[in-house]
Design a protein. Structure first.
Length: 137
């Protein structure tokens, strides 16, 4: 899909080439691949995202962008070349990753005492990063 202006058109391949030349493509690709792998591992471990949680995540996402009406959301999606399905997949993946982090922390917490919210959040991220290193090489 190309983005048009009154004077020129930019193709997606040009953006990808730019990112590759500037060393931004590989890190972005890795993040996307890791997200897909983690989401699949979360699903295989039995984690599921309800429609209610997905809807709440979509509402929070829209509000964070100041999109209060369906027409605004539709316009934003169109302007950014994003389908509703792509946004839902992105949000579901975020929720699966978060649920997996919670699950990993719960398993780790069985052997440790976490009495501070800040410590719990830091431990959650550490446990997730350790799991990620073991799982994705």
């Amino acid at each position: 899909m190309a983005k048009k202006s009154k004077e020129f058109e930019v193709e997606v391949t040009e953006v990808v080439d730019y990112m590759k030349i500037n060393g931004q493509f590989e890190p972005a690709l890795r993040k996307v691949v890791v997200r897909k792998i983690v989401a699949e591992k979360a699903r295989k471990s039995g984690l599921k995202i309800t429609n209610q949680k997905l809807q709440k995540a979509a509402d929070v996402f829209r509000m964070s962008l100041g999109l209060t009406r369906a027409s605004q959301t539709a316009a934003w999606l169109k302007a950014n070349g994003i389908t509703v399905e792509a946004l839902e997949t992105y949000l579901e993946t975020n929720l699966l990753i978060s649920a997996l982090k919670d699950s990993l922390l719960k398993k780790a917490a069985k052997t440790r005492l976490y009495n501070s919210k800040l410590i719990k959040e830091a431990a959650r991220e550490i446990v997730y990063q350790r799991w990620l290193k073991k799982t994705i090489k």
